[in-house]
Design a protein around this ligand. Structure first.
Ligand SMILES: C[S@@+](CC[C@H](N)C(=O)[O-])C[C@H]1O[C@@H](n2cnc3c(N)ncnc32)[C@H](O)[C@@H]1O
Length: 193
């Protein structure tokens, strides 16, 4: 099925969880993976895999499939991701359980968290729990957390809250220029521990 249609179907089924009407553009995907250089002891965790718009670029920088773990909550998307990325470990699960899912995966230490979750439209308690999960990986040191925020939602309370949460613990973010070729335009934000 066409990726845009599949994504739109997921959005119509659950707008709050999907949080966008189109998959990320190649321009945003390339910005999301900039500088990502994983290996078996420095693995990548992708949260909110969607239709794999960023995964297909991540795939090109993986030395082997064991360097990657993806978590996606929508069962239909996971089914199709497993068809499209048969060598990559994509778990049907909730990012609220990221630490336990990673422990069970047998993958090495996480060096990169590529987070595509729509914090702006997720329930407050879900967003807070996910941030606490992310903090556990960051607290291990040498971990980079990257997410994107849409320009129109940049000053929404939950978007500010995420930035404040990360800033207090890991300092000022690195913010990309506005990626205007994405629909809607977005910034990437990066913190490292
Ligand atoms: C904005 S879309 C991003 C999809 C894709 N990474 C992209 O950039 O095009 C957000 C994705 O996060 C997933 N998602 C939302 N809440 C989640 C949760 N608690 N755990 C795992 N995945 C979640 C949605 O189903 C959706 O596929």
């Amino acid at each position: 099925m066409n990726e845009n249609i599949e994504f739109l179907q997921a959005f119509l089924k659950n707008p709050g969880k999907v949080g966008a009407i189109k998959p990320s553009s190649p321009e945003l995907a390339l910005k999301m993976i900039e500088g990502v250089s994983p290996d078996r002891d420095n693995t990548v965790l992708e949260l909110g895999v969607g239709t794999g718009a960023i995964t297909k670029f991540l795939q090109t920088v993986l030395p082997d499939p064991r360097s990657y773990l993806g978590i996606e909550i929508d069962r239909d998307l996971v089914r199709s991701l497993r068809r499209n990325f048969p060598d990559m470990a994509i778990v049907h699960g909730n990012a609220m359980n990221t630490w336990a899912i990673h422990q069970r995966s047998g993958n090495g230490k996480v060096g990169y968290i590529i987070c595509c979750l729509p914090f702006v439209s997720l329930p407050k308690d879900v967003g807070e729990k996910i941030l606490l999960e992310i903090e556990k990986f960051m607290d291990q040191g040498n971990c980079t957390f990257r997410t994107f925020q849409y320009a129109h939602g940049y000053y929404f309370p939950s978007a500010i809250k995420l930035r404040e949460f990360m800033r207090k613990r890991f300092g000022k973010s690195q913010k990309s220029p506005l990626i205007v070729k994405n629909v809607p335009p977005a910034y990437t934000l990066t913190w490292s521990s």
